[in-house]
Design a protein around this ligand. Sequence first.
Ligand code: ATP
Ligand code: MG
Ligand code: MG
Ligand code: MG
Length: 484
Amino acid sequence: MKTAEIKRRFLAHFEANGHAVVPSAPLPAISDPNLLFINAGMVQFVPYFLGQQSPPYARATSVQKCIRTPDIDEVGKTSRHGTFFQMNGNFSFGDYFKDGAIPLAWDLATKSVEAGGFGLDPERIWATVYLDDDEAYDIWRATGVPTERIVRRGKADNFWSMGIPGPCGPCSELYYDRGPEYGREGGPEVDEDRYLEFWNLVFMQFERGPGVGKEDFPILGDLPAKNIDTGMGLERMASLLQGVDNLYEIDEVKPILDRAAELTGKRYGAHSGHAANQSHPDDVRLRVIADHVRTALMLIGDGVTPSNEGRGYVLRRIMRRAIRAVRLLGYQDRALPELLPVARDCMAPSYPELAEEFGRISQYAYAEEDAFLATLRAGTTILDTAIAETKSAGKPALSGDKAFQLHDTYGFPIDLTLEIAAEQGLQVDADGFRRLMADQRSRAKADAQARKTGHTDVSAYRSVLDGGGPVEFTGYTELNRESR
Ligand code: ATP
Ligand code: MG
Ligand code: MG
Ligand code: MG
C-alpha cells in the first residue's frame, strides 16, 4: 500500500468516526518559543489541551509533518527513525477517552485491506500500558489482546508529560512483531527492532505540578476534561504494509536512495554478510542521504533557508551531512541536482506545493551545495599543505590550532579533517581542538550574556580556564527538545 493511500485511509477512518480533518501545521514551530520544529501531531493543538482556547471541534484528525533532530544519530542505523516523518493522529478534546481511543486504533490497524483498514495480523500486535493503568489494560483485554501480549511499562516509556506543569497521563503503545528474522523473541522490552512501535496513544487525565523534567514531579489531581492524543508513524506503517525492512525503503524514500546508489556506483545491500541490526557503513550512508535530502526538501518547502543560526542552521547541518555522505561514497560532483528532483517526485503526490515551488526550493538547495563544495575545496588545499608541513617536521599529529582554524575560518568540518589526516597516516590533536572550541563557545555565551545584561559575565571565561571538557556538537539536541 502506497504511503499516500495509508494517509488517506487514516483520515477517512477518523473522519467517518466524527473527527474534523485538520491540515498539517508548517514545520517551523512558530507558536512555541521552546521548539524549533513541530515534532508531534499534538503541537498545533496544545492551546486546546491546556484549556487556553476552546477547540472548534471535539474530535480532530491530522497528518502532521514532523522533524526530530534528536533522532539524527539513529537515522540509517535503526529501521525506524527519520529526521523528517509524518505523524498521523487523532485527538479528543474532552470527548471520548480510553474506551474510545483503543478500539478506534485497533479497528483501523486490524480491519482488512478490502474493508478500508491496514490488515495487520492481530496475533502479532503487542500493546504496552503504564504500570498501574488497569483501565487501559482491561480495555485491551476486552478488545481481544491476550495477556501475554500486554506489557506494563514504567514512567520512562509509558507516561507522558510536557516537562512543565500542565496535563499529563499514561500512554499505551502499539508494537508489531516483524518476526524472528528481525531479532529476539520476548516483546518490545527485549527488542525494539523486531517489535516495531507504530502507534502511541496518550491518555491525558492528570495535572502535574512543577518538578524535574519528565519523570520526577507530583500529580496534583484529575484534569477537568480528559483528552486523547495519538501518533502513528506514517512511514513506519508504510514499511510494515510494503513489506520492507525499514523506513528508508518505502515508496516515498527509496527512489532517492536508489539514485544516490547509482550516482556513487554502490550497490545497496551488497554486504549481506552483516549481522542483523548492524548495517554496512555504505548502506547507512545511502539511507542518511535519502533521509536528509527529503528532510531538506520539506524544510525549504516550508520556508526555512540555510543559515548560521536557529532553524536555518539545523537545515544547513542536515544538508552538509548528506553532501558529505555522498562524497564519502566516492562521488565528488554536485549531487543535489540529481537527488532533489527525485525527492520532489516522491513527495509531490501528497504535497503538490513542492512541485509548484520547486524553482525556489532548488535554488536555495543548489546554492548551499555549491557554497559547501567551495568550502571543501579551499579547506582541502590548506589541509594538504598543513599535512605536508606536519610530516616534514616529523610530527605524528596535526595541531589542534590548525584543525580549529580550518573549522573556524573556512567552515571545514572536523570529521573531514580527521578523516583526511588519517588517510595520510596522521593523527589530529583532538584535545587541543576541543579546548579551542570550548574557548570559542564560552566567548560567544559571554557575549550573548553581555548583550542581555549590559555587562560581561566573566564566569564563563573562568570555567574555560578551569578546564575545557569534551566538546560535542549539541545544536541538534539542545535546540530542539522532544515534546513527548
Ligand atoms: P521510538 O521509541 O521508536 O523512538 P517514540 O516513542 O519516540 O518512538 P512517539 O514520541 O511515541 O515516538 O511518537 C509517536 C509515533 O511517531 C511513534 O509511535 C512512531 O510511529 C512515530 N515516530 C516517532 N519518531 C519517529 C521518527 N524519528 N521517524 C519516524 N517515525 C517516528
Ligand atoms: Mg523516539
Ligand atoms: Mg518509544
Ligand atoms: Mg512512543
